[in-house]
Structure formats: C-alpha cells, structure tokens
Design a binder for this molecule. Structure first.
Ligand code: NAG
Ligand code: NAG
Length: 367
C-alpha cells in the first residue's frame, strides 16, 4: 500500500505539486537520498543564523526574547522567534532540520557537508550597507564560501566536494537593508552612506541590480549552479516603516514599497538573462513580495491576527537590543503575528514563505 502510494506520486506531477506542502520531503528524497546534497545560503538578517554573534556590530539577536520558539528556546542569532525560511527549506528538502551559521565555533564536519549560511544581518548588495553596520559584505560572504570549499575538500575529498558544490541548492536573499539602512533610514552619523543624496530611487535600483548580477556571476565562477534568488518583500509595510511614516491608521509606506517593486521588476529579467548566459546554471527568481501581500491582506487565512505591529516589545519600533530591553511587553503567541520585531517576520511567516517556495520554485530547480 505504501509502495503503491509512493509510485503514484512519482507518476503524477500535479498530485505531487498540490500535496507538496505536507509531504514534499518524502517526494524530493526519493530513495532516501536528498536531491540536493546541501543547502548553502548567502544574504542578510532574514537568512543569518548567528554569523554576527562574534562580530563587533550592533546587528545582533543572540539573546532573549529572540529564539524563544526555536528548538530548546535558544537565541541563536536568528532575527526571529524561531526558525528561518532556509531552515524550513532544508527540512522540507530532507537535508536537515536547521542551517547553521558558517562562523559558529561549534560547527562540525557534518554541518559543513550538508550546508551552512554565510548570511549576515545588516548586509546588502551595496558594500556601504555592510560597512555602516560593520557586518559581513556580500563579497566577504563569497570569500567565506571559497574557504568553505577547501574545508569541504579536506573532509570528503576532491571529487565528492566538487559534486556537493555543483549539485547543492544556493539560496540568496539580500537587498532589504540597502533600502532600509542606506537609502530610506540611513544612520545620520554616517552621512556619506545617505544613498538618497547620491541616487534617485531608480538609479539606486539599477546600481543594486548591477552589483547583484556581478555577485551571481561570481558565485557561478566559484562553482554554484542551482540558485534560488529572493526578491524584496513589502519593505514599506514593516512595523518600523509604518511607525516612521507616522500617519493615522499606520498605513504602509508606498514610496518604499514602490522601490521594492521596481527592484523586483528589474531583478527577475536580469536573473533570466544571467541564466541564459551561464551554461549549466538554473537561476530562479523567488517572489517574496506577493506572498507577503497575501498575508497582509488576508491574515486570517494563515492564522494571523496582527499585521501592523511586531510581537517583541511594543511592536512599534523595537529590533535587536531594544527587543531585549522591552522583552516583558512581548506578545504571548507569536504565531498570530506576521512580524516578530519591527523589521523581521515571525517563524510562522517564514514557514508560510517556505511552503510557497517549495511548491512554486523548487520544482524548477529539481529538473
Ligand atoms: C566592495 O568591496 C570589495 C572588497 O571588500 C571590493 O572588492 C569591491 O570592488 C567593492 N565593490 C564596489 C562596487 O565598490
Ligand atoms: C539624506 O538625503 C535626503 C535626500 O537628499 C534628505 O532628504 C535627507 O534630509 C538627508 N538626510 C540627512 C540627515 O542629511
């Protein structure tokens, strides 16, 4: 019965897609071997699992109430009450339950073999963004990826390392902080990083796209072939942007959403062109914006009750250390919130995103 059930999945693609949310791990695993040997991640705070913990930067979250719904209630440095999209993807793909930070001193050989994240909270495509927060730039993340490869060769040997590097899934998500930190809410102490003084929104979008394309090419040159690249979310609807806008009813900041939209509109065809020009590559644009629009417009469908505030503290402006200071004000059930702090989604929202990505984007990468 179980065997018949399984063979039906293999022969009926539509069936697989529609049931992917619940049994994807089983389907993708096939004979028990995951289709991707590892998941490797580069990006910003939405994908950082603690790389900033040992760095001298204010962009940290390795303290309560962060991580309160993570296994063991551990604050790992993830900007969430629990897991991230990358963790849910790794689990649904049958690879492992969580993707650890590359700079975690506890990292084991086995952790390296099945994938790590190089992402750093506060980083972006623009060097200036990482510089202003003293975090790990995208260039430096690629350097760590190259260092990772030589460690991997030392663990599994040349041939197996090459296989892992070319067959693994690469998940890339950054750019939010370029707008959030360097363009719209730059730090007044770092006037030279006020990108809005130097670029119109369209010019800055074009600048980020050209940097991003360069980084995709660089990752390809370093051996990455199967890349899933996230677009920007509805950045103008974060609790902090609603608070900065300071209008009655806490509406979204349309100007910031239009900037995110323009980036996405230009990023998707750029990635398609890159795929066409890089032999053997599969580069999939992953729309996050519309997943978030769905959740904000129809929260009850996902079990959400609160859209405009975060869970930690008052939910109006806290992020990082401010969440620690106001921890006692935090909401009791973060699953009812789209946002965990005033900038970052809850674990539940990350899971909603991962479910859509599994069903919509991953099949293309498995071909
Ligand atoms: C960003 O910084 C790296 C070194 O960290 C440098 O190689 C690269 O040229 C810089 N990119 C730009 C666009 O300035
Ligand atoms: C940053 O640049 C924008 C656009 O020119 C300007 O409106 C804003 O006041 C500047 N901020 C500071 C602190 O100079």
């Amino acid at each position: 019965m179980a065997a018949l059930w399984k063979s039906e999945f293999v022969s009926t693609a539509f069936f697989v897609v529609s049931f992917c949310l619940t049994i994807c791990a089983e389907v993708v695993q096939g004979q028990g071997t995951p289709r991707f040997p590892a998941l490797l991640v580069l990006g910003d705070s939405t994908l950082d699992a603690g790389n900033n913990n040992g760095i001298n930067t204010p962009a940290k979250s390795n303290f309560a109430p962060y991580g309160r719904d993570f296994p063991g209630g551990v604050p790992t440095g993830r900007f969430s009450n629990g897991k991230l999209t990358s963790d849910f993807l790794a689990s649904a793909l049958g690879i492992k339950e969580t993707i650890p930070a590359y700079l975690d001193p506890q990292l084991t050989s086995n952790d390296l073999v099945t994938g790590v994240t190089f992402a750093s909270a506060g980083s972006g495509y623009d060097n200036a963004t990482a510089e202003s927060g003293n975090v790990i730039s995208f260039d430096q993340q690629i350097s760590y990826f190259r260092q990772y490869q030589s460690r991997l060769r030392g663990i599994v040997g040349e041939q197996e390392a090459s296989r892992i590097i070319s067959d693994s899934l690469y998940y890339i998500g950054t750019g939010s902080a370029d707008f959030g930190v360097s363009y719209f809410n730059f730090n007044p102490r770092n006037l030279r990083y006020n990108r809005s003084l130097q670029f119109t929104i369209s010019q800055y979008v074009d600048y980020l796209i050209s940097l991003g394309a360069g980084y995709i090419q660089k990752l390809y040159n370093a051996g990455a072939r199967k890349m899933l690249v996230g677009g920007l979310s509805i950045l103008g609807c974060s609790p902090s942007e609603r608070t900065y806008l300071a209008l009655a009813g806490r509406p979204c900041n349309d100007r910031i959403n239009q900037a995110s939209n323009e980036f996405n509109r230009k990023w998707e065809p750029t990635l398609a062109r890159l795929q066409a020009s890089l032999p053997g590559s599969t580069i999939v644009y992953s729309d996050i914006y519309n997943i978030a629009v769905q959740a904000v417009q129809n929260p009850s469908y996902y079990g959400f009750l609160e859209v405009t505030r975060g869970c930690c503290g008052t939910g109006l402006a806290e992020v990082g250390q401010q969440c620690r200071q106001a921890a006692r004000l935090s909401c009791p059930d973060a699953d009812r919130f789209i946002y965990w702090d005033s900038v970052h989604p809850t674990q539940r929202m990350y899971q909603v995103i991962a479910n859509v990505v599994m069903e919509r984007d991953i099949p293309t990468l498995l071909n």
